[in-house]
Each structure stands twice: as C-alpha cells, then as structure tokens.
Ligand binder design. Structure first.
Ligand SMILES: O=C(CO)[C@@H](O)[C@H](O)COP(=O)(O)O
Length: 218
C-alpha cells in the first residue's frame, strides 16, 4: 500500500493571506490542494470561483483537486480546466448525465472523479467505477468546513476499497470532512488513499499538522 496523500482544503485558509498559506502548505508537505467550488445552490454556501483557483495555480506548484459543489457542473468544466485542475470531482447528485460528464472530463486529459454525499450509496455508482480515476467519499454533509466526521462513512469507504481490489480497478479513494489525527486512521484502515483536511491544518502550524496526518497514514 502506498503512503496516504494529504490534500489541504483551502476553504479554511486565511483569504487575506492566501499566498502565505499556500506556500506554507507546500513547504509543510501537502501532496495536492483541494479546491472547493460552491455556488450557493447545490450547497447552502458560497466559496470562490475559478478565478481564485487560477491564482492558486499561478502561486504554488501543486496538483489542484477541484471539488465541484455546484448545481450545473457542466457549466464549470471549461473554466475549471482553464484554471489548472489536475483532477475534477463531480457530485453524482448534481447532474442527470454523470457518465457523459466523466467522459467529457477524461477527453480533456485530466483526471475525473465522482463525489458521493453521505446519503448516496456505493451501489448507486457501481457502473461508473471502471471509468473513473477517483472516488471522493464525503464524510460530512458538503458545504462547510469544521464539521464533525460521520463514522458510518467508513463502511462505505471499505465497500469501494473492497470492490477496487476484487475487480482489479485502480481508482483512488479520497475522503473529505472532519479529518484529523484520529479520524484519518479509521479512513486509512477502511482503504482510503487521499485525505482532505481543512480546519485541522489551516489556522495552525501547517507543517506540524500535515506532518502528523502523514505520519498516521504512511
Ligand atoms: O468539501 C468540503 C466541505 O464541503 C471540505 O473540503 C471542507 O473544506 C473540509 O473541511 P474540514 O472538515 O476538514 O474542516
């Protein structure tokens, strides 16, 4: 098993000193940056748009993992590609045509991922799994940082990890929400590879916090 990757979620960064936080995240050992795009419709919160994402891309040399929490993800594909996404994660609940959208992302030469809300089951996305590069299991309700981890989600993570092994698939398994030094351990044991962390890392000593997460999943 490869070491787990840590993806700080810039939603919890200090936006008045974003450059400083981005550089500290890179120097502190971040493997990629998680970029939460919210439209206030799919989730009851607004974050920032592709223009900020593009600034992040210009500022720091790390892969950008875009998490689209928007009601019309098709409309965001081009702007997010132009903003430098390496991986585009789309909520399966946000579009009637998730299969087509995943195909369209892959044609652009970037990685394509699906995201599942806590109430969305493993079984509902099985047919997509041979196609995707990434599965993101939400371990909180999407929309806000700083929420409490939902322990029942580790069962869902395990379903994806078991299926991947049984079918010889290669998608990565990402978790997002309430990740800290304790919860990351149960996600790792269930089979997750990429760990998004917002409030646990930003607003603290980033190198120390990223380091302690990495140590837990090495
Ligand atoms: O997608 C989201 C929230 O919807 C996350 O990426 C949060 O930004 C994670 O924040 P913490 O739970 O780690 O504080």
């Amino acid at each position: 098993m490869q070491s787990g990757k840590i993806a700080p979620s810039i939603l919890s960064a200090d936006f008045l000193h974003l450059e400083k936080d981005l550089i500290a995240a890179k120097q502190g050992g971040a493997d990629l940056l998680h970029i939460d795009l919210m439209d206030g419709v799919f989730v009851p919160n607004l974050s920032f748009g592709p223009a900020i994402m593009q600034d992040v891309h210009r500022t720091v040399d790390l892969p950008l993992d875009a998490h689209l929490m928007v009601a019309c993800p098709e409309d965001y594909l081009k702007p997010v590609l132009q903003a430098g996404a390496s991986l585009i994660n789309v909520h399966v609940e946000s579009t009637k045509h998730i299969y087509r959208l995943i195909q369209e992302i892959k044609v652009q030469g970037v990685q394509a991922g699906i995201v599942l809300n806590p109430g969305t089951s493993f079984y509902s996305v099985v047919d997509l799994l041979p196609l995707v590069d990434n599965v993101l299991v939400m371990t909180v309700n999407p929309g806000f940082g700083g929420q409490e981890f939902i322990p029942a989600m580790t069962g869902k993570i395990k379903q994806f990890a078991d299926f991947r092994r049984e079918e010889g698939l290669t998608y990565r398994l990402e978790v997002d929400g309430g990740i800290n030094e304790q919860t990351i351990v149960s996600c790792r044991q269930a089979g997750a590879d990429i760990f998004v962390a917002g409030s646990y890392v930003f607003g603290h000593d980033l190198a120390q916090r990223i380091g302690s997460l990495k140590k837990a999943v090495q």
